[in-house]
Ligand binder design. Structure first.
Ligand code: NAP
Length: 285
């Protein structure tokens, strides 16, 4: 029997950093993405930080290159825009950088029932959470396969394991990311490129605020035991990426809740979720 390729056999899927290699991290201007950037630079990887808020990216790049003596550069881009996404590999090539690691982490949620949704916000969600993930994998993975060297980390959510009334588009977008990433990982087995899906439960970041919720409202929606700091989630994600794991769900409570939600009959769990989701209960019309 032929031995599996080395990265799987040794559990070391993260490519060894070189002077000209980089980890492209989207959604690096705050929360989980910023912490993944900190975690990767701590392990010696140069990083390319991508998001819209350039000032935050520059501050983080300064922090990381000062603390860890690694390269950190910034590309300000709106990932809903296909032309801006197409520019990313071009800009890396101009800087002489090879993307060995791709972290598709940018994302946001809308809140409320579909019959009161704003069309522009829903489309922006699909473009950011779904279209950009597919596009950046399509842009970056072929080069990784050619080099027989690469690791992809896509951020989904525990929302991927069941439909999510009150955040229907968001839950579906994360189910897409999980399904797509698992399929991609299976296709790439033996090709020197691994794919890991990060499925966090609730995390203390700017996510709730970006969705128009206060920290108190967000904190009340799910039990305290499920909430984790972004740094812990990032460490679990990068450990999982390094181990070549297909799916990472940080925290025992979140792993249990994800299994339960996945296995429970949807006819039972969905009405319960409708009764409990703050975006549906606070304004039920
Ligand atoms: N926090 C949670 O409870 C939780 C739970 C499960 C999964 N997640 C997932 O984790 C990921 C990171 O979220 P987070 O919790 O760290 O929230 P966050 O602090 O709000 O970070 C979201 C990041 O996405 C970026 N982003 C959003 N829209 C973008 C766009 N159009 N173009 C480029 N970048 C964009 C934001 O940057 P700019 O605004 O600067 O563009 C920001 O860096 C998301 O995919 C989210 O769905 C979060």
């Amino acid at each position: 029997m032929r031995a599996p390729p080395l990265p799987y056999a040794l559990g070391m899927a993260l490519p060894t950093p070189k002077d000209n290699t980089t980890a492209v991290i989207t959604g690096a201007s705050s929360g989980i993405g910023a912490e993944i950037a900190r975690e990767l630079t701590r392990r010696g990887h140069g990083v390319t930080l991508v998001a819209r808020r350039e000032d935050r990216l520059i501050a983080l790049a300064d922090e990381l290159s000062g603390a860890h003596r690694v390269r950190a550069e910034v590309i300000a881009a709106d990932l809903t825009d296909a032309d801006s996404r197409a520019e990313l590999p071009v800009q890396l090539q101009e800087r002489g950088l090879t993307p060995d690691i791709l972290v598709n982490n940018a994302g946001f949620t809308t809140m409320g029932p579909v019959h009161r949704a704003e069309r522009a916000a829903e489309l922006a969600l699909v473009r950011t959470n779904v279209e950009a993930v597919v596009d950046l994998c399509t842009l970056f993975v072929p080069g990784m396969v050619t080099r027989h060297r690469g690791a992809v980390l896509n951020t989904a959510s525990t929302a991927a394991f069941q439909p999510l009334p009150g955040q229907a588009g968001y839950g579906a977008s994360k189910a897409f990311v999980l399904s797509y990433s698992r399929a991609l990982g299976a296709e790439l087995r033996g090709k020197g490129v691994t794919v890991t899906t990060l499925c966090p439960g609730p995390v203390e970041t700017g996510f709730a605020e970006a969705a128009g919720m206060t920290d108190d409202e967000a904190g009340e929606a799910l039990p305290k035991i499920m909430w984790l700091p972004a740094a812990d989630v990032a460490r679990a994600a990068v450990d999982g990426l390094d181990a070549g794991r297909a799916v990472v769900i940080p925290g025992a409570a979140n792993r249990a809740a994800a299994s339960l939600a996945h296995l429970a009959p949807k006819s039972w769990i969905l009405p319960l979720m409708v009764r409990r989701h703050p975006a549906l209960t606070q304004n039920p019309t």
